[in-house]
Design a protein around this ligand. Sequence first.
Ligand SMILES: C[S@@+](CC[C@H](N)C(=O)[O-])C[C@H]1O[C@@H](n2cnc3c(N)ncnc32)[C@H](O)[C@@H]1O
Length: 230
Amino acid sequence: MDWISFYDFKHSVIYVNGRHRDVHYRTIATDIRALVPSPDAVVMDYGCGEATSAALVAEACQHLTLVEAAPNVRAALRERYAANPKMSVMNPEEAAATPDHSVDMIVLHSVAQYLTAEELAAMMATFRRLLKPTGTFVLGDIVPPQMASVWAALSLLKFGAQNGFFWAAVGGLIRILVSDYFTLKKTHGLSHYTEADMLARLKAAGFAPQRAAHNIGHNQHRMTFLSKPV
Ligand SMILES: C[S@@+](CC[C@H](N)C(=O)[O-])C[C@H]1O[C@@H](n2cnc3c(N)ncnc32)[C@H](O)[C@@H]1O
């Protein structure tokens, strides 16, 4: 099993229950919506997952393309958003074939930790090509090296307490300890980056980056970077 097939399952490990999943995606969509540069912006959310609140982002832009590598997740997205003319769903190959310099904002949120540094560099090169010269690359949820699991657990408990699923979050944390997630984490690993390291990688990929004051989503121990092509 790899990370894409892990995410292709209907599973209860990442989201402790339906409420967690919905609050999670609503929080992310609200944060992404706030970054949309204008109502006529063309936006791509790459590795969007189940994206149950993505219509909120589509409302604020001209067109939203959801890109997802996991086939079952992609099929569910197509079904969910079939009636929304402002939204389309693509696999990574279709996304890479989008015309050069045609996208205003590309979001890669909570995906980089599942990629090797080489895979992330290749993705950045694709995004650099797809973005308009005035565009923005939004790289979210970058996990710093220190105590990542502890901060992830504490952030989830806090998010649960704020949104009425604290005890489900406690149960979810126990379940995750015996899940494929930890096996995969041991075999495939997760990629961690310091702020300085990620700024250097973004510069090397042809961007002028800056760290955002707020990370997209609930875990403020992780980092979001906003980058312009140079
Ligand atoms: C933690 S989910 C993030 C979903 C959503 N962006 C969010 O923030 O909730 C990670 C996503 O990364 C995708 N993913 C993992 N490896 C990938 C790869 N090599 N290429 C593209 N997507 C990948 C998975 O399919 C999954 O949807």
